[in-house]
Design a protein around this ligand. Structure first.
Ligand SMILES: Cc1ncc(COP(=O)(O)O)c(C=O)c1O
Length: 396
């Protein structure tokens, strides 16, 4: 028998779309995949060279559970230089991807029936991680009109004596919405009145465009910093999703608890990847800077192109590599083959009719929207928009 706890975990509907897209591709169908959550750039050469050197130097054994001293020193330096945050090495832990960092942090603080506030649209794994920790997710719907961002008023309403944790993703997956410093101060004023913890998932920190200046939530106030676990990693910033390196920084006792979990599950993150991550963080940032410029160009193109499609409206998000257009005006429409009632139906329709894969908003707790990734070449984006437009025109 499968445990009751695992039975409560839902298999993501996104997997159905992804599986169908893979099946179609395998059958030779030219599917453009805009459902991707990773940069379409190769890992920069200097980082790959550092990994090769680590292998040649036999740096292939277990490392300290929390991560090598060199990597944690590099991470501490990054926090100091880029975020104006000071952490000792005991306040930092390296994990096998930021996903594990979030999972360890949730497991470290959440007890049975503790409430965890999760603003929606949310990253798909947060509620499931809370369920795995026997906690209860309190989903707060953040409307499109306010950029899908959590407001102090909405946060205040969601807090209860059982609140143990708030998870704030900034910039957001799936919307790309990025909080201004002023907005973070507004949230901090509410958070400071409580005693719950905060996971600040800042994995898309460097991928911000326009004039917005990214600000880490932990840098807003020193008292708040004592309750914040900042999660970050190299996956998105350095096109290193497969290397599996994420990290967390926060109060020593939480980091130690996360270390306990890790020591009995996966132990240290891959030693070779840790060496590569040192180079990623301390080495040349040229490749990342070029990637950011390219993402901005694509975001601008895709935003304008989507807004030019009749029936679509879109919030111009400032970060990550996603747009989250509102497609609800196509619901209750039909084709000869099917009737579209929700974002899942529309995503399936676009996959079959336009041969473009996107993710339904319902997967992120936000019906009425689809997530479109621009981690795909400009040529692909141009062709995808053309196909989406043609497919939507066929609905009536
Ligand atoms: C918001 C968010 N947090 C964490 C992660 C996990 O990143 P990693 O690949 O380092 O595990 C992702 C990856 O999609 C993400 O979108």
């Amino acid at each position: 028998m499968i445990s009751e706890r695992i039975n409560r975990i839902v298999t993501s509907t996104t997997m159905k779309i992804a599986a169908e897209a893979i099946r179609m591709k395998a059958n030779g169908i030219d599917v453009i995949n805009l459902s991707v959550g990773e940069p379409d750039f190769p890992t920069p050469e200097n980082i790959k060279a550092a990994a090769k050197k680590a292998i040649d130097n036999n740096q292939t054994t277990y490392t300290i559970n929390a991560g090598t001293v060199d990597l944690r020193k590099a991470i501490a330096e990054k926090f100091r230089n880029e975020n104006n945050l000071s952490y000792s090495l005991d306040e930092i832990i390296v994990s096998s991807g930021a996903k594990q960092s979030v999972f360890n942090a949730v497991s470290a603080v959440v007890d049975i029936d503790d409430e965890v506030i999760i603003p929606a649209p949310y990253w798909v794994s947060y509620p499931e991680m809370v369920t795995l920790a026997h906690g209860r997710s309190v989903i707060v719907n953040c409307p499109e009109e306010t950029g899908f961002k959590l407001s102090p008023e909405l946060l205040e309403k969601a807090i209860s004596p059982k609140t143990k944790l708030l998870i704030l993703c900034n910039p957001s997956n799936p919307t790309g919405a990025t909080y201004t410093e002023k907005e973070l101060h507004g949230l901090a004023a509410v958070v400071e009145k409580g005693s719950y913890y905060i996971i600040a998932d800042e994995i898309y920190e460097r991928l911000v465009y326009d004039t917005i200046q990214f600000k880490s939530f932990a840098s807003i106030s020193n008292t708040l910093k004592q309750r914040i676990i900042v999660v970050n990693g190299v996956s998105k910033t350095y096109a290193m999703t497969g290397w599996r390196i994420g990290y967390a920084a926060g109060p020593e006792k939480i980091i130690a608890a996360m270390g306990k979990i890790q020591s009995h599950t996966t132990s240290n993150a891959c030693s070779i990847s840790q060496h590569a991550a040192v180079e990623a963080i301390l080495g040349s940032q040229d490749s990342t800077n070029k990637m950011i410029l390219e993402f901005k160009k694509r975001r601008d193109y895709l935003f304008n192109a989507l807004c030019n499609i009749d029936g679509i409206s879109c919030y111009k998000s400032e970060g990550a590599f996603y747009l989250f257009p509102n497609v609800s005006s196509f619901f209750h429409n039909s084709t000869n083959a099917m009737r579209i009632e929700n974002s899942f139906d529309l995503s399936m329709y676009l996959l079959h009719e336009a041969k473009v894969a996107v993710v339904p908003g319902s997967a992120f707790g936000a019906e009425g929207f689809i997530r479109v990734s621009y981690a795909s070449s400009m040529d692909n984006l141009i062709e995808a928009v053309k196909r989406i437009k043609e497919a939507l025109l066929k609905l009536h």
